[in-house]
Every structure is written in C-alpha cells, then in structure tokens.
Write a protein that binds this ligand. Structure first.
Ligand SMILES: C[S@@+](CC[C@H](N)C(=O)[O-])C[C@H]1O[C@@H](n2cnc3c(N)ncnc32)[C@H](O)[C@@H]1O
Length: 191
C-alpha cells in the first residue's frame, strides 16, 4: 500500500458520503488499522464492532489483501446501514454480521485484532471486548481525544474517560495512548 487511498476505501468513503454517514474513521486511523491487519498471524481473526458505512472495514481489507487466510468479522446493529454495506464488493473472507454487538460478542470466540468502534463493546460492555482478545491480540479504539462540549456532552465525555482509564489500567492489557494520531487512539495488547 502506498500513500494513495486504496480503492476499497475510496469506494467505501463514497458510500458513506452518499448515505450522509459522518462517523467513519479518519484516514490516519484507517491506515493504522490496515497496518495492524497486515500483521495478523496466519489464519488469524479480525473483528470490527460498528461497521458504519464500511470505511474502517475497507481499511482492514486493504491491509490484508491479497491474503485470504484471515477472517474479518464486522457487526452493525442498524439494519439499513448493514444492508448498504452488504451490497458492497467484499472479499470472501469478510463476514458481515447484523445485530447488537453485546448479544453477539460472547459467542464469537477470540480475535487477533479488534477495532471497537461503537458505543457497544466500548462505552458499554468493554469487558466483553477485552475478553474477546486472543493472547497477544490487539485492541484499537479511536475518538479518544476529548472534543469540545458542543460535540461531546458531559456524559459522553465521562464515558470516554472511563474507557480510557480502563484500557490504560487493565491487568490483562499493555496499552499506549496515541493522542496525536487522528482522533486520538488507544492501542492495547492482551498479555
Ligand atoms: C462510529 S460508527 C462506525 C464506523 C466504522 N467503524 C468506520 O470506521 O467506518 C459506529 C457504528 O456502530 C453502530 N452501532 C451502534 N451500536 C451498536 C451495537 N450495539 N451493535 C452493533 N453496532 C452498533 C452504529 O449504528 C454505527 O454505524
């Protein structure tokens, strides 16, 4: 992958734009996802919580191709959005799930890379996400730099801070905050 936006990401960005979906991950976060996906071990498993319009998924896929030995599972609870993404041209290793991540997570097994990008599995049920990490599995969350009060209300800010403290202090995780990267990232590796 070079500096250019990979074609699957370009297509997904256009899908998001056409649908008026404004919550896709930023390119800096996407490039990190692609980079980490490229390092997933042979036969590995990747999970995204919150498919949105498929932009994060497209970055993950871009980091993996031409590999086909890894599965990428992505969960979306909004049926319209899930259908929109289902209509995309995804490689066979992409597993699109429609439903509530909190219901699905306990039955999905363990993952080598997780992008937790919905309220579910992050602000609510973070322990389910941490439990879904394989040993040496890597968890990514973004949007960790506090936004102005017009964007984040006090309750949202409190919940994000709780996520931050949990990830940086969790006994099962070794974590680092990359506050200057995109919207602010925390990377955590399971012991
Ligand atoms: C920030 S967006 C995801 C963006 C996407 N990861 C990307 O980078 O392009 C969050 C998505 O999570 C979905 N979501 C919210 N609650 C959820 C839940 N309980 N289970 C599954 N998806 C959920 C929302 O409908 C929304 O599409």
């Amino acid at each position: 992958m070079n500096d250019e936006t990979p074609e699957p990401v370009r297509v997904a960005m256009e899908r998001a734009r056409a649908a008026g979906f404004a919550y896709s991950c930023e390119p800096a976060v996407g490039r990190l996802l692609a980079t980490l996906a490229a390092g997933v071990p042979e036969g590995g498993r990747v999970l995204e919580i919150g498919t949105g319009a498929g932009v994060g998924l497209a970055w993950l896929v871009s980091g993996l191709l031409p590999r086909a030995d890894v599965t990428v599972t992505t969960i979306e609870c909004d049926l319209g959005r899930a259908e929109l993404v289902t209509n995309g041209d995804w490689p066979g290793f992409v597993d699109l799930r429609s439903g509530d991540a909190l219901d699905l997570l306990p039955g999905l097994g363990a993952f080598d890379l997780v992008f937790a990008d919905a309220e579910a599995g992050k602000q609510v049920g973070l322990e389910l996400t941490i439990a879904a990490l394989s040993p040496r599995g890597v968890l990514v969350v973004d949007d960790m730099v506090p936004a102005p009060a017009v964007v984040w209300d006090a309750e949202f800010a409190r919940r994000q801070e709780a996520v931050r403290r949990t990830l940086l202090g969790h006994e099962r995780l070794v974590a680092v905050e990359l506050a200057g990267h995109g919207s602010g990232v925390i990377l955590a590796t399971a012991r």
